[in-house]
Write a protein that binds this ligand. Structure first.
Ligand code: PA5
Length: 447
């Protein structure tokens, strides 16, 4: 089986000679600090060897819980926000048929996501949609106190109990949360829900290969063992003992830091497959929350191409030259479709007749790469063979370990997120949460 590969020359040409190789000592130090647990944030390194250490017993428990949900539900709502839903959504949307869920005629349940916003209309429309459906809920929150998720779970629990009865609700509500603390744990224990633990030493954005990601992915009908196998192979290929010259994640970390030092402050992750949209979203959280601190950090942006060439293409080609682009290139599509013939040929495209649609997409990708490089945009390409569990598992781990190394090269603690608390404090003060009286007065004086 192939492993993902990197093309760096079209980014390296924008840097001084040997700019990447010169970072080798720092890269090695970062790799060793992660492996030895001596870096900043070393109490959150539990993700590092998850692929190779996840036990068959845990996988079997996850598959059994997924089977119960699949047998008893036509719809499963995953309630979670940030790291507590983006990884699952990224994998499920990447591997799913793009349209099957609309008809719900497939053998898999419809997977919906909630608890990731406070939109009244979204939640109202969700509860309307669920009326009459045999739905279940996976409630995911490490802290168990996140407002968005707690609100959605209150609504979903009540509706599930009313619609399906308390006994069935107990069977089709599953909690993934802390081992001991938080509202989600207390409720799960009280109600007797099946539950899974988010390890203390795994932060939300690094949790896709824990039950946080694995249970929803298994519920959607995908092979979590193949996903873990792909991730474990990438863990081996990017280990602390693999030097920069042979280590794709270390190279990715090094070149993005070298580009940042040269004034490239924004990285645009681009895909040419709409199914990868939520991989972009997951990546944005992973890199944004890990690196954006202490007044530093590459801003992670993302585009779906060729779609966004018709909206953001002008900016990328011709705007301020502070960007670089990283493309996820999928070598083989899953299906085969040929460009059709048209008798009148009004669009002048009959020269493409009989050729694979993917060939057209690939030439768009190549043409765009060359155009962007000509426009002064360094271009990194990450190639993966196809969109299946094994390859996506590789990609997830590649980005995780790349992020750990990159954040340490940048000189930040990649594993905390102190800035996320600021809006919560203000929101609770504005809403008059007990205990926030002083903040409430101070904030009202500023309005
Ligand atoms: O990466 C993180 O830690 C955060 O984005 C969390 O995943 C997010 O805030 C959700 O937190 P929780 O799982 O505690 O509800």
């Amino acid at each position: 089986m192939k492993t993902i590969s990197l093309q760096l020359n079209k980014a390296a040409q924008f840097l001084a000679a040997n700019a990447i190789e010169k970072l080798e000592p720092q890269v090695k130090a970062a790799q060793d600090a992660l492996e030895n647990g001596t870096c900043a944030g070393n109490d959150f390194l539990g993700w590092l060897h998850l692929p190779s250490t996840t036990t068959p017993e845990l996988v079997a428990d996850i598959k059994a819980a997924a089977q119960t949900l699949r047998e008893n539900c036509d719809t499963i709502v995953v309630a979670g926000i940030g790291g507590s839903y983006l990884g699952a959504r990224a994998v499920i949307e990447t591997l799913s048929n793009s349209f099957e869920w609309l008809s719900n005629k497939g053998e898999n349940p419809v997977i919906l996501f909630a608890g990731n916003n406070i939109g009244e209309d979204y939640l109202y429309e969700l509860t309307e949609y669920l009326k009459g459906r045999r739905f279940g809920v996976i409630n995911i929150s490490k802290s168990g106190t996140t407002t968005e998720t707690a609100l959605a779970f209150r609504l979903l629990k009540k509706q599930c109990e009313e619609q399906r009865g308390k006994d069935v609700a107990r069977k089709v509500i599953v909690a993934i949360t802390d081992a001991k603390k938080g509202a989600a744990r207390v409720t799960a224990d009280k109600e007797g829900y099946t539950s899974f633990i988010i390890p203390d030493n795994v932060g939300g954005r690094f949790s896709v290969l824990t039950p946080v990601g694995l249970l929803p992915i298994a519920c959607a009908g995908f092979d979590i063992e193949a996903l873990l196998k792909g991730a474990a192979d990438m863990e081996r290929l990017t280990g602390a003992d693999v030097p920069l010259a042979e280590n794709p994640a270390a190279q990715y970390a090094a070149i993005r830091n070298a580009l940042y030092q040269s004034g490239r402050k924004i990285e645009i992750l681009a895909n040419y497959q709409p199914k990868l949209h939520y991989v972009n979203e997951w990546w944005k959280q992973l890199y944004g929350e890990s690196e954006g601190k202490d007044g530093k950090g590459i801003f992670p942006a993302a585009v779906d191409l060729t779609t966004d060439l018709h909206s953001m293409g002008q900016w990328i080609q011709d705007g301020e030259r502070t960007i670089f682009e990283t493309v996820i290139s999928v070598e083989q599509p899953t299906h085969k479709l040929l460009f059709p013939h048209d008798e009148e040929n009004l669009d002048g495209l009959n020269f493409l007749e009989g050729r694979r649609v993917d060939e057209v997409n690939k030439m768009a990708e190549l043409g765009t790469q060359l155009a962007h490089v000509d426009g002064g945009v360094p271009n990194i390409r990450i190639s993966i063979e196809r969109l299946d569990e094994y390859n996506v598992g590789q990609l997830l781990y590649f980005f995780e370990i790349g992020c750990g190394i990159s954040g340490l090269l940048l000189g930040v603690n990649p594993f905390n997120q102190p800035g996320v608390e600021a809006y919560k404090k203000n929101m609770f003060a504005l809403l008059g949460k007990p205990g926030y009286e002083a903040e409430s007065q101070a904030i009202k004086a500023r309005l």
